[in-house]
Design a binder for this molecule. Sequence first.
Ligand code: B12
Length: 352
Amino acid sequence: MTPPIPSDLQHRYLEAMLQGSGRAADRVVEQALAQGIHAPRIYLDIFQPTAYEIGRLWQSNRIGVAQEHLATAIIERQMGELHPYFRPKTRRNRRVVLGCAPEEWHRVGVRMVADFFEAEGWEVIYLGAAVPIPALIDAIKTAQPDLVGISTSMVFNVPHLTNLVRSLAAADLDGIPLMVGGLPFTRQPGLHQALNIQLSAPNAAAAVVAANNAFPPPARLPYPSHSAEALPALRAHRRQIIDRATELALQHPTDTLTLGERAPEVIRAGYEFVTRMLEAALAARRPELLDEQILWGNERQPHDGVLPEHMLHRFEIYDAVLQQLLPAEIAAIVREYTGRMIALQRSLIGQE
Ligand code: B12
């Protein structure tokens, strides 16, 4: 995350909230982003302390319930707007179900936790406020998550967690670890252990760290079966591969429409780039090196007029050309790499 937020932004944000001005609050967020402050910092260093301060002012009767409601509504709206910044950079192949304990209406904190998990590549099923235990159990049975995270801000809702622990055991779901958080747990570290709950964390950033530590990435798959000739063979056919793939891709005018006259140049550059990526991955014997590049390629899509669907199509063409032009033994090795690229691209556009 970026360094802590300058305190004037925090003051101006609180001021905006006290005036009930969503627009003024938007300006603070826009300014923070323009200063290079990342969205997770805005959550933890602007939204969270402001919500706490609003609570303190409400508790001491200096502001009314309506002002608190308005501030919360603005924060929730802005969280929705910042959600794209929490797009995952890698995928972790882990799933978490998150929600609030029964009768617990404070949902902003657990929604923050949800966004942090998402950014870390977890698949998140966020159920929001006041989830009845039977509904939660159903959701867990359906989602089969690696982890369940429950929030409670009110001490009077803590007993629901004891019921939940019991219900999970009764439903044979006690193999799935439970993580809890919210004010009672921040104020009383160790409370979760007293309730027989495995994990707890004081804020959204700590929650994902604890979860990632509890679930280290799966052991690496064995290296693909290589022959030492794969890389030199790819290099030897480089020109031919790029020429042929470019030629084939240009035969799909709907894919190249957005590129106009630049199509041949952009497509060739794309294939040059993919080939260099593939060479690097083959040299390292790590297909997973391609993942980062593909994610990056998808993120920069809007800027060069190449849509993710077109990328997929071009990968498929590239794969077919490699299979055609490379000797069979080498083509089989390279397929372990191109197959992964295509699968990842399919999953990114929801075509799994
Ligand atoms: C907004 C608000 C409400 C809204 C909530 C609306 C919504 N959409 O969420 C409404 C109006 C519903 C509400 C109701 C009540 N509230 Co209220 N509310 C607040 C307020 C001002 C902000 C809450 C918030 O958004 N915090 C910001 C988030 C980001 O912080 P957080 O929840 O702590 O979350 C972080 C960590 O705790 C942790 N975390 C949270 N969940 C989880 C889960 C997991 C798994 C993990 C690992 C970590 C984790 O990570 C989060 C992100 O970093 C707080 C003030 C405060 N100090 O929080 C009072 C506050 C919590 N409310 C309070 C009270 C008293 C009530 C009511 C009883 C009032 C009433 N008389 O009706 C009711 C109870 C309702 C209920 N049964 O739940 C008191 C509680 C006092 C106490 N000692 O317990 C507080 C502290 C205000 C105060 N200072 O007096 N409230």
